[in-house]
Design a protein around this ligand. Structure first.
Ligand code: ZN
Length: 478
């Protein structure tokens, strides 16, 4: 019940969001910066609301910018077509600004993000009402005024350098054949007394290498699929300089712990994490470490953000048997976590049935107007008794039998924690232990178990978590 309340409150917060955004917009003309000020003028995003009789040339002159810069910043093709009340972005006098939204990668700080967009850290702080330069959270979108010429960031070039005892900026700069100023500038250092052992510096090399923000001996640490919403599947990839066995876990805002199960992949390790529809929205923590062959890996801790997906509530005119549901879920979970470590699929998943969707994934469920303790774990497709059902990808049948709620049930293991379930079936076309190929007929639709008519319930599990199956029809994981 607490989770449901949480989802509800967060849903309200989402609804209120556009109002907050509007309220934040400053439509009062701001005086141009004092031209006598000899300090470099820092760009502050400003807006102007067009009043009766104003021309673009008049407004540009008022703010000390060119009419052309105004046209670029506001995508104006015909400057005579201004209207009263129109909101105009006032660009910096020296360049083109493209408003962008950016979900930071792990370990990226404001300096790096600012450099990649040609923005300044202070500008990002102001624009996002950040409480401190450290409040950048992986995956939580930031508003950025890009000066790269588009809304996409450039890479900040360079390699990482960990300061060892006795090293100074002078010795490090010399080691890489760079000037002191170049290294200081790349790291936003204002004096050379601030180095400490273990500090990570970015060395702005001339190579095409993009600077990776992972700390210490970590080479890479990425969550593929930012920003994360309820129902998402996320692929994690990590690389460490020393051999060993990685471990990791994520913790939800409500204290739920989910282990990350890694398998070797290239020079590193990869794993899949499922966020179900009841995943608590907000800030999650992640801890990744490893048992090294020689010594333990550095433990890496950071945070990321999970957004609510705005699922609603379905009212089902049936009596549920909560005790039976719990028993059945407990039994199925023993199957769901016993997956082949290696992925068996080779392509994007295919839809298992041709039929219209009668109930989508993720909506909270109330049976006979009772309390909400479950969400719809998959997608319901309308069909007739006997409608053919096909395998979405390569896999192995790990369950084929009758269950109290789900009726005749078939479960296929696709490896790497991924399983698909087919419920309320009329009959099976494959047997336990059988290997299946994509689009091979595996079962026939029916109306068995707790069901209001012939349909297929299809769900997709990632290490037991019921995720949005449609996402697997759209892209190839990991
Ligand atoms: Zn269903």
């Amino acid at each position: 019940m607490r989770r449901v309340l949480f989802v509800f409150v967060f849903g309200l917060a989402l609804l209120a969001y556009p109002l907050i955004t509007l309220a934040q917009t400053d439509d009062t003309p701001v005086e141009p910066d004092n031209p006598d000020n000899s300090q470099p003028v820092e760009f502050v995003p400003r807006y102007h609301t067009v009043a009766e009789g104003e021309s673009l040339y008049f407004i540009a002159t008022f703010y000390g910018v060119t009419q052309e810069a105004m046209e670029i910043a506001n995508s104006i093709t015909d400057p005579t077509l201004l209207f009263v009340g129109q909101q105009l972005l006032i660009p910096a006098a020296d360049g083109e600004i493209v408003p962008a939204t950016y979900a930071p990668r792990f370990g990226e700080n404001l300096d790096i993000i600012a450099e990649r967009f040609g923005a300044t850290p202070n500008e990002i702080i102001r624009e996002n009402y950040l409480l401190s330069p450290n409040s950048v959270i992986g995956g939580q979108p930031l508003r950025v005024f890009s000066r790269t010429g588009s809304s996409t960031p450039g890479e900040a070039p360079g390699v990482g350098h960990i300061v060892r005892p006795g090293e100074t900026l002078a010795t490090i700069s010399a080691q890489y054949g760079l000037t002191l100023a170049a290294v200081m500038d790349a790291n936003d250092l204002t004096d050379d007394l601030r180095l400490h052992t273990g500090q990570r510096l970015r060395i702005p090399t001339l190579s095409n290498d993009a600077y990776t923000t992972a700390p210490g001996l970590w080479q890479e640490m990425s969550f593929n699929n930012f920003p994360i919403r309820q129902g998402d599947t996320v692929a994690v990839y990590i690389e460490y300089l020393e051999p060993g066995t990685p471990f990791g876990r994520i913790t939800s805002p409500t204290g739920e712990l989910i282990p990350i199960r890694f398998k070797p992949e290239g020079d590193g390790y990869t794993g899949l994490i499922g966020f179900d529809a009841f995943s608590a929205p907000g800030q999650w923590d992640v801890v990744i470490g490893g048992e090294g062959d020689a010594r333990p890996w550095d433990t890496f801790e950071t945070s990321f953000f999970v957004a609510g997906a705005g699922f609603s509530t379905q009212y089902i005119p049936l009596e549920d048997d909560q005790e039976l549901r719990n028993t059945e879920n407990t039994f199925l979970n023993t199957i769901f976590i016993d997956s082949n470590p290696e992925p068996l699929w080779t392509d994007v998943f295919r839809i298992p049935i041709t039929g219209t969707v009668s109930a989508g994934y993720g909506d909270a469920r109330s049976y006979n107007n009772g309390p909400i303790y479950a969400f719809h774990s998959g997608i319901d497709f309308r069909g007739n008794i006997g409608t053919p059902i096909f395998a979405p990808a390569e896999g192995v049948v790990v369950f084929a039998g009758e269950l109290g709620l789900r009726g005749n049930a078939l479960i296929v293991d696709h490896g790497m924690g991924v399983m698909t379930g087919y419920y309320h079936l009329d009959g099976f076309d494959v047997a336990l232990g059988e290997t299946v190929e994509p689009l091979q007929q595996i079962a026939r639709g029916g109306d068995t178990g707790l069901s209001t008519g012939p349909h297929l319930h299809w769900d997709l599990r990632v290490w037991g978590k019921a995720v949005h199956p449609t996402r697997w029809l759209e892209r190839l994981f990991p």
